[in-house]
Design a protein around this ligand. Structure first.
Ligand SMILES: [Zn+2]
Length: 201
């Protein structure tokens, strides 16, 4: 089956778990790390850990076909959202610029968001667009205190009022605030967040 093939490929390539560094006993993250993921909460944010600890997980999800990472991460994050008691009606992800999607083939935040929505039993909705500014990479922008106005915009009317917003990393919160503004301008009553890794935690 595919699982056996994955294990073989990863042994041959010498791939290691992006969390603990041990040789992978399955694709994605190792069995022990998958079982030890614990959601944490800070105000309106559910996350799995600090950026230093999860840096390799985030990178793997972005750049190395990290789809196998998604199910265990999504399960743990959905558990955190349920524990928080948030009355989420739909999930959406922070949009990336089109050329990033094109280069990678997918938006990792959306992949994660769709999996979390499935876990929570609520719909995933792609409602946001993002304008491309030439000199702006995502990280540089997020390290500033705020994003230029109009980076994020609604592509369609919001079908519900209470949203869970998914991204890979929380840095200064500038991205979240900018997206939240766009959602609230469209009538959202609540916007909660979930990320893999939060800086300063
Ligand atoms: Zn591990």
């Amino acid at each position: 089956g595919w699982r056996v093939r994955w294990v073989r490929i990863e042994r041959v390539l010498g791939l290691t778990c992006p969390l603990c560094g041990a040789p992978l006993d399955r694709s994605g993250i190792c069995t022990r790390c998958a079982a030890s993921l614990r959601p944490q909460r800070r105000h309106n944010l559910v996350y799995l850990g600090g950026y230093r600890e999860f840096r390799k997980v985030v990178r793997t999800l972005k750049f190395r076909g990290g789809r196998a990472l998604v199910p265990p991460l999504a399960r743990a994050l959905a558990e955190g959202v349920r524990e928080a008691g948030w009355d989420v009606e739909a999930v959406t992800a922070v949009p990336t610029t089109w050329w990033r999607v094109w280069r990678r083939g997918y938006n990792p935040a959306e992949l994660l968001g769709r999996a979390i929505a499935r876990e929570l039993g609520v719909p995933y909705r792609r409602v946001l667009g993002r304008r491309y500014f030439r000199s702006q990479t995502r990280r540089r922008a997020d390290l500033r205190a705020s994003l230029p106005a109009g980076v994020f915009f609604l592509q369609r009317e919001l079908p519900v009022r209470r949203w869970l917003l998914v991204d890979d990393v929380w840095t200064t919160g500038a991205t979240f605030r900018a997206v939240e503004r766009a959602l609230r301008a469209g009538g959202a009553e609540a916007v909660w967040g979930t990320v893999i890794a939060a800086r300063g935690s």
